[in-house]
Design a protein around this ligand. Structure first.
Ligand SMILES: [Cu+2]
Length: 312
């Protein structure tokens, strides 16, 4: 509690402390009264019950005190919640996209990542997009959480006040691999963030890295498009077949109602990405993978193929 990781920690934790405090007073008070009554008014000690009819004082007391307590809780809740809806004008904008089952963060200069990098002590505003079902973005350490609803752009903002890595995950049960929807927020010192931001946007640097490592660009595409939520790189079977050793492997697939054996080559991979349901790999479910026709160009697919060749 009160870690100060974001600007909303103190108000949220205070609201919780107040509510828990009031609840504890009632828990202890009511339990003690009950025990006292069992002792004082049992049949042996108090054989004849007393009937009480009406008491204005009592009624006023049990109306006014709870009303005040509820208003106190409301006050702390509201004063913590209201600022969450007032996004500062100078906030850095990031578009956060959720899909089954991964995250994508897009910055104003076009950078795309699967991890949220932010500078310390700077307001960051997220546009929350979902491309399929309802997800919910939650950063526990920052005390922020907001649903991501298809067709609607919800917003969220915060200031990361301490450098470090924090968990970010989906809290809306969104299907089979919901538990894979986690990533990190990396809060960096401003200078380090600026360096990262410039490096990621530097096309010459990116091109050099790509030339030095075959599959470099494809690897980025596979990460930012969330393929690894369903396809492992280490041979494990997830929702889809593993990418390990995929290129050149012989697979049995269902094409319509026909079973046939194919060799995984460029053409097959391209077809699998653009029309996943055309050939369904045996042992896997049709309709799980969406078509990436509108999201990945032919050039992107070629990069992905280069990358898949490297995972042996
Ligand atoms: Cu989700």
């Amino acid at each position: 509690m009160y870690s100060g990781a974001s600007n909303f920690v103190t108000t949220t934790d205070t609201a919780f402390a107040v509510i828990i405090g009031i609840s504890m007073i009632f828990l202890v008070g009511i339990t003690a009264t009950m025990l006292w009554f069992v002792f004082r008014y049992n049949k042996k000690r108090n054989p004849v019950a007393t009937q009480i009819h009406g008491s204005n004082t009592l009624e006023i007391v049990w109306t006014v005190i709870p009303t005040i307590l509820v208003l106190v809780m409301f006050f702390y809740g509201w004063s913590g919640y209201a600022p969450m809806n007032r996004i500062p004008d100078d906030a850095m904008k990031v578009r956060a996209t959720a899909r089954m089952w991964s995250w994508l963060f897009e910055y104003e200069n076009g950078i795309k990542t699967d991890t949220l990098y932010i500078p310390v002590d700077k307001a960051v505003a997220l546009d929350l997009i979902s491309v399929d079902v309802i997800h919910s973005l939650y950063i526990p350490a920052f005390r922020v959480k907001e649903d991501m609803v298809p067709g609607k752009t919800n917003k969220m903002w915060f200031i990361g006040q301490k450098t470090g890595d924090y968990e970010l995950f989906c809290t809306e049960y969104c299907g089979l691999s919901h538990s894979y929807m986690f990533t990190e927020v990396k809060v960096l010192p401003q200078a380090e963030f600026d360096a990262w931001y410039a490096r990621m946007a530097d096309t010459t640097l990116q091109a050099q890295a790509a030339a030095a490592n075959p599959g470099f660009k494809g690897k980025q595409l596979v990460q930012t498009n969330g393929c690894v939520a369903c396809h492992s790189l280490d041979g494990n079977k997830l929702i889809g077949p593993t990418f390990k050793g995929l290129y050149g492997a012989e697979h049995t697939v269902m094409t319509g109602n026909d079973e046939r054996t194919i060799t995984v080559d460029d053409e097959y991979i391209k077809r699998s990405i653009y029309e996943p349901d055309a050939d369904v790999t045996k042992g896997y479910t049709k309709g799980m993978m969406i078509s990436y026709k509108t999201q990945l160009t032919d050039a992107d697919v070629a990069e992905i193929i280069e990358y898949l060749k490297t995972i042996k």
